[in-house]
Design a protein around this ligand. Structure first.
Ligand code: IVH
Length: 676
């Protein structure tokens, strides 16, 4: 029946829209909503339909361009050679078909392939001039990417200066920036403690990290990089494998897994070996890549619009197990978010016993139509936390109960709330819900917040249960006698605790802001807010619009801050903290830049059209950073922010009066440098 109504034009349009959306989620937001396999399936369907109905294929189809990861806070750079992707397959038969296509394409001439691991990170293109790293650019939309050189310089495995002297004067090398499993686990554990959203997999963590504005934070995240592709006019030789051996000598990290493969049989053995062995690698891989070794033969085979004909990626199947769903727990986090967690019959999956799986939110439970006692499929792809991907409804026992999401807080009984556009339910009674209160105190004292050493969760719980500390301000009225009365440890311990509480009064304002535990205000956001507003008094007055004018602050965060600041209990808490001497403004001794006044009252004229932001956005940025936006150029004008198609008269006047003319990129660069 469906077939009769099938409209290929409509389906092509639908698939194109959907894939564009997924590309955006993946590359821009670093938050994919479907897995790679499903994405590949949709892409494959679109490719087939476009081949069958070329009249409906749009030149902008996602089959013809790679997804964009462009982030407008970075300067964009055009790639000298476009960054293409690889055609993918999950089947050995298609690998054999590729082998055959290559043979025929080369008119039966002898050839060999190079087998490599397919690293699951984010691709990067580095340009070296006279042995020095000149520039590092992300893939972007394949034609233009973001210049992330400052961040890439912090990755220790990437050479800034090359070894030896036999490298070409100018060349590009491409590879994958990765977050090793170990760094990924540490980062997510820390984010979990801070109740910041977890990265779904090391790939998203790597690309998210590469796009941070602060290179010092990038440096702390333990990124790594492997390289697999050399480009340039004067490469050492005509063989991909040999060229990469040279690159290894110049100081690049080239995987030892790379092999020359002489037959289809060797290709199959290579795939089978790495499908198992990859589990012992320190970084995530999602397949293997096969490339024709000779560069001349690569040129003969050429490219399709999207990918080379001389290479293919074989992707490994995600690992899966089937087990029984025993029950579902609902956990209450520090900021009240309710997380459903599945308790499973223990099952072995990629070498570890899995007992629990996150169910994320109510929508996921609904879409799975989950019942207690169901046999569920558990997958561990790139993700650290296993997820339930499907249910065997056929095996469902009659009369089994569907999983019901709780409507009241399992800890304090308050009716749960779900805000429009949000997937999570949360308990709104933050000031009376015990795990939220204790969680907030624990967060407040944590190392990255107020850093109150010696006070651990156990002591916090003891204070709370005795009614001695009901909120974070109560910590500052504790005495040595109060602490000693807990009898957990001796008097020396008690006096250490009081000393570290006292010392926390000198923690900078940005950390105080983070320590308050406002929903969605993590460390980075707190720094941004502290820099932009300078004091609690100013932040308290800020409107949603003013908050959203700050880089990286979106609507969700802005609303959360305004809501926090309009709650009388929170304001009283802040008042008390201020009274006890906790920092409520950026230190007066901080450099001027830190106090957001980079433009310090300067008159700035905006003229022309812009690529990255609207004129109104630039106006807001000028004001936010202490400047004044004025309409016309005069002797008092400090800068002319010049876009495209600017009137020649204005330009001439500005030049005559000695006004500094700055481009959009200069302007964003000035703001970026102060935010980092
Ligand atoms: S070669 C023109 N080799 O996979 C071909 N890519 O889908 C250039 N990748 O964008 C890519 N490991 O991010 C190549 N050994 C490898 C790779 C690899 C991972 C990534 C890379 C690329 C994507 C292609």
């Amino acid at each position: 029946m469906m077939e009769n109504n099938f409209d290929p034009q409509e389906r092509i349009a639908y698939l194109s829209r959907t894939l564009d959306e997924h590309n955006y989620n993946y590359y821009v937001l670093n938050a994919p909503t479907i897995d790679d396999r499903e994405f590949d399936r949709l892409m494959h369907e679109l490719e087939q339909l476009e081949a069958q109905y070329p009249q409906y294929a749009s030149p902008d189809s996602p089959t013809r361009h790679v997804g964009s990861d462009i982030n407008h806070s970075f300067v964009q750079v055009e790639h000298t050679y476009p960054m293409l992707s690889l055609s993918n397959t999950y089947s050995i038969e298609e690998v054999a078909a590729f082998y055959e296509r290559v043979r025929q394409g080369l008119d039966d001439a002898p050839f060999h392939l190079v087998g490599e691991l397919k690293f699951d990170g984010t691709s990067i293109s580095l340009t070296y001039e006279n042995g020095r790293l000149k520039r590092a650019v992300t893939r972007g939309d394949g034609t233009r990417g973001d210049d992330v050189t400052r961040n890439v310089r912090t990755i220790r495995s990437i050479p800034v200066v090359l070894r030896g002297d036999d490298y070409p004067d100018l060349f590009e090398i491409r590879g994958e920036v990765l977050m090793p499993w170990k760094s990924f686990d540490t980062l997510n554990e820390e984010r979990e403690r801070q109740e910041e959203p977890l990265f779904a997999n090391p790939r998203n963590a790597a690309s998210g990290t590469l796009k941070l504005q602060n290179p010092a934070v990038v440096a702390s995240r333990g990124l790594d990089a492997y390289f697999y592709y050399l480009l340039g006019d004067k490469l050492p030789g005509d063989d991909h494998y040999e060229n990469l051996q040279c690159a290894r000598r110049w100081g690049f990290k080239i995987s030892n897994a790379m092999r020359v493969l002489h037959s289809l049989q060797e290709v199959k053995e290579y795939i089978n070996y790495w499908d198992v062995e990859r589990r012992n690698l320190p970084v995530a891989t999602d397949g293997i890549v096969l490339k024709v070794a000779s560069l001349e033969q690569q040129r003969d085979l050429g490219y399709t619009a999207k990918s080379p004909r001389w290479a293919i990626a074989y992707k490994f199947q995600a690992e899966e197990a089937v087990t029984e769903l025993k029950s579902v727990d609902f956990q209450v986090g520090r900021s009240g978010t309710i997380t459903p967690v599945a308790n499973l019959e223990p099952v072995l999956l990629s070498g570890t016993v899995v007992k629990r799986a996150s169910l994320h939110n109510e929508d996921i439970i609904r879409s799975l139509d989950l019942h207690i006692g169901d046999m569920v499929h558990v997958e561990k792809g790139g993700e650290i936390i296993p997820k339930i991907t499907a249910v065997d409804a056929d095996k469902r026992r009659p009369g089994s109960e569907p999983v019901q999401f709780v409507r009241n807080c399992p800890e304090c009984g308050a009716a749960l709330v779900r805000e429009e556009g949000e997937a999570a339910w949360y308990c709104p009674d933050s000031n009376h819900c015990p795990p939220q209160i204790k969680g907030r105190i624990e967060h407040f004292i944590s190392r990255k917040a107020m850093d109150i050493e010696d006070l651990g969760p156990e002591t916090v719980a003891a204070f709370y249960e005795r009614g001695m500390v009901c909120n974070v301000a109560d910590l500052y009225i504790l005495t040595i006698d109060d602490v000693a009365a807990l009898k957990l440890q001796g008097r020396k311990w008690a006096s250490n605790i009081i000393r570290s509480i006292e010392r926390s009064k000198s923690v900078p304002f940005a950390r105080v802001l983070f320590a308050l535990g406002i929903r969605f205000v993590g460390e980075t956001v707190a720094k941004r807010l502290a820099t932009a507003f300078g004091s609690m008094a100013k932040l308290r007055e800020a409107t949603v619009e003013e908050l959203m004018a700050v880089p990286d602050i979106g609507e969700r965060i802005a609303h959360s801050v305004v809501e926090y600041m309009s709650d009388i209990d929170n304001l009283l808490l802040i008042e008390r903290l201020a009274q006890y001497g906790v920092a409520m403004e950026v230190e007066a001794s901080a450099p001027v830049e830190l106090r957001r006044n980079i433009f310090e009252g300067a008159a700035i004229v905006i003229s022309g059209t812009f690529k990255h932001h609207s004129r109104d956005e630039y106006k807001a940025m000028i004001e936010q950073y202490g400047g004044r936006n004025v309409a016309s150029v005069s002797g008092a004008t400090k800068y002319l922010l010049a876009g495209d198609n600017m009137g020649p008269a204005k330009l001439e006047k500005a030049t005559r009066l000695g006004v500094q003319i700055i481009s959009e990129d200069d302007f964003l660069g000035m703001i970026n440098s102060m935010n980092s």
